[in-house]
Design a protein around this ligand. Structure first.
Ligand code: ASP
Length: 449
């Protein structure tokens, strides 16, 4: 069994966190490959090293002296080194970095956070350091050259055996440093897991996994222990997020599961994300619930619309013209709605309605704003007749008016529109009635994704 263990910024924020990482890595010999982020926040008001380095770049751009800032970053690594009794020459390497800082690209500067963290971690874990610059290769269009990367990583495994690699960056074919987007250390870990055919990609962070609801809305929501990739996409799209979204694809495509674990509470089970869930288990009917406020629905009604070819397309092309992305299109026989984020149309809604009037000549158009969308996600719902009816039933009993309903095509989610004012109450109501309580037996041999 081979595991790639990726530790996020808070897991490597200081020497105490380094000790936890060592405890975790040493506890399981399968954790042979370690990827780290740059040191993150040690306490709520603290700064992430990556943010400080971005600030360094801003200083350089405007020709403002940033020596004090650079020494603040250096201090963080010196503190870790001294507390752990390591020998890596932090001061010397920092001096080199500062001396040559103007010769380097802004991306190089930002990448030093993960580089220093990984150097110290490699020494502390007694594993070789592998520079991501030498193995993660980007195409010129910014996507990763997986073939080349795989060859280089496999070669590194041959040469070094196990290793510690900095996340968040790689290099273009000509060798210059290139960064992933923010939070991209998760992507580096996923790419590494894929390239070495790992059995599991562990993502260590500061929460015990994916929560079944937003803790700001529901008190102490249950942690989701198993979730499919599709379910996770649905929940993250609606705002519940633990993992960099793009880190899913490299491992998903080759069937490697991801496990989210808490560095501060390693004994907790965490969340396992996989293509399919286990057969024959007893599982929750609803996996999780997420939502967002501030949408707007434009309802268009026209008699005999259903027989007019291209009617919906023409409506959508109006939204396209204004660069507005469409979230949902609930349809009736002679009407449909277009649900969009209110912020996306705030300057153009009158113009959009005007264009729709002109191009579609509908019987009526009305705009419903202050709409919140709630997505109830559960791979097991499709198997249970009447689930959606029961969800609507409890909302009705609570006096919550449902203003729109759609269902994802794979039937793993029900999306409901309620007014912004009912948002929190609706989520709590569904959570209390279903998410926390109801379990179903999974038939054997079920294919779920
Ligand atoms: N250090 C980078 C960031 O703060 C990447 C990461 O942590 O994954 O965005």
């Amino acid at each position: 069994m081979i595991k790639v263990a990726k530790f996020g910024g808070s897991s490597v924020a200081d020497a105490e966190q380094f000790k936890k990482v060592k405890g975790i890595v040493d506890a399981d010999p399968d954790r042979r490959f370690v990827v780290v982020s740059a040191s993150g926040r040690r306490f709520a008001q603290d700064n992430k090293v990556t943010d400080l380095l971005l600030l360094v770049n801003a200083h350089i751009e405007y020709h403002v002296d940033c020596t004090a800032l650079l020494h603040e970053i250096e201090r963080r690594y010196v503190d870790i080194k001294e507390a752990l009794g390591l020998s890596f020459p932090v001061r010397e390497r920092f001096d080199d970095f500062i001396d040559s800082i103007h010769a380097h690209s802004p991306e190089f500067v930002v990448s030093r956070g993960e580089w220093f963290t990984a150097q110290l971690m490699a020494e502390y874990l007694e594993k070789p350091f592998l520079d991501a610059r030498d193995v993660i290769v980007f195409h010129h269009d910014g996507t990763v050259d997986l073939e080349r990367t795989q060859l280089r990583i496999r070669d590194a495994v041959q040469r070094l055996g196990d290793f510690v690699m900095p996340g968040f960056y790689g290099s273009t074919v000509d060798g210059s440093i290139k960064l992933f987007q923010r939070g991209g250390g998760d992507i580096s870990g996923a790419i590494l897991a894929r390239c070495i055919d790992a059995n599991l990609y562990e993502n260590w962070t500061d929460v015990s996994g994916f929560l079944s609801a937003d803790p700001r809305v529901v008190d102490d929501p249950r942690t989701i222990h198993r979730i499919t990739f599709d379910e996770m996409r649905e929940l993250s799209y609606m705002g519940a997020s633990v993992l960099q979204e793009d880190s899913i694809f490299p491992v998903r495509e080759v069937g490697i599961p991801i496990q989210i674990k808490n560095t501060n509470l390693p004994e907790k089970r965490g969340t396992t994300i996989s293509e399919v869930a286990k057969d024959g288990a007893r599982e929750h009917l609803i996996t999780g619930i997420a939502g967002k406020k501030d949408f707007l629905a434009v309802h268009v009604q026209k008699a005999h619309m259903s027989s007019k070819v291209g009617f919906v397309r023409r409506a959508l092309s109006v939204f396209e013209r204004y660069g507005v992305s469409v979230e949902h299109i609930p349809t009736g026989v002679d009407s449909f709605g277009v649900v969009v984020s209110a912020a996306d149309v705030k300057d153009n809604i009158y113009a959009i309605v005007h264009d729709l009037q002109k191009e579609l000549e509908p019987d009526s158009i009305n705009v419903v704003d202050q709409l919140a969308l709630i997505s109830v996600v559960g791979r097991n719902m499709s198997r249970r007749a009447g689930t959606s009816g029961r969800v609507f039933g409890v909302l009705g009993e609570a006096g919550i008016n449902i203003r729109m309903i759609t269902q994802s095509s794979q039937e793993i989610s029900i999306i409901m529109g309620v007014s912004n004012a009912d948002f929190e109450r609706a989520i709590r109501c569904i959570y209390d009635n279903f998410v926390d309580t109801e379990m179903v037996d999974m038939p054997r041999q079920a294919t779920l994704a």
